[in-house]
Design a protein around this ligand. Structure first.
Ligand code: GRF
Length: 202
């Protein structure tokens, strides 16, 4: 990977496909996001995104949560890997697990997530299906800071996406995903800049 050599060091957590991760890596490569992809982790050793990351020479780590005695022990392992790679920001990119107190405490206000709805609407799993079933006229995607609430932390950036007549969960997901890929790199850049400005004023 020959992209940016400055900016926050990112630790990216994925569960599967990793298309948001790929969009972030592409933005770094294109120079539109100043960040360093330090490490990619998954609780799913079969996550396709691990292959994408490895092809770009980014260190990858994967362990099943069931290999650990507890969720705390699993998260302690995650924190260890993130710290070993001097990660500044933890990026949840299709990470389908709730973040517990161990990870939150190690990276307060330093964990970001993308959710496929215009929050606070349709929190939790199957957000696109929820939007279709509710007969919503619009939904979207949101990037927020992770706290101890479900999809409830401070919002960074959001994009609206119309729900079209005849939309299914799949068709709406596909159109929202296109917007997610645009939104996440922008939100990371904006959040990091704001946090740095705040730090330099204090
Ligand atoms: C995305 O829609 C994301 O918002 C949601 O899960 C999906 C993951 O997709 N949390 P990918 O793994 O980034 O392709």
């Amino acid at each position: 990977m020959s992209g940016a050599k400055s900016g926050p060091r990112l630790g990216i957590l994925i569960s599967g496909r990793g298309s948001n991760m790929a969009a972030i890596l592409k933005a770094i490569e294109a120079g539109t996001l100043g960040a360093i992809p330090a490490v990619v982790l998954s609780h799913n050793p079969k996550a396709e995104g691990l292959v994408t990351a490895a092809q770009q020479d980014i260190p990858t780590f994967a362990e099943l949560i069931s290999e650990f005695d507890s969720k705390e022990a699993y998260e302690a392992w995650v924190v260890g890997v993130l710290k070993d790679h001097q990660v500044d920001l933890v990026i949840l990119a299709g990470y389908m697990r709730l973040v517990g107190p161990t990870l939150l405490a190690a990276f307060p206000n330093r964990i970001l997530n993308i959710h496929p709805s215009y929050l606070p609407a349709f929190k939790g799993l199957h957000a696109q299906r929820q939007a279709v079933e509710a007969g919503a006229k619009e939904s979207g995607c949101s990037v927020h800071v992770v706290d101890d609430t479900l999809d409830g932390g401070p919002l960074i950036l959001q994009t609206k996406v119309p729900v079209l007549p005849g939309d299914t969960e799949a068709s709406l997901s596909e159109r929202i995903l296109v917007q997610e890929h645009q939104l996440y790199p922008k939100a990371i850049a904006q959040y990091w800049e704001k946090e740095n400005n705040r730090a330099s004023v204090n």
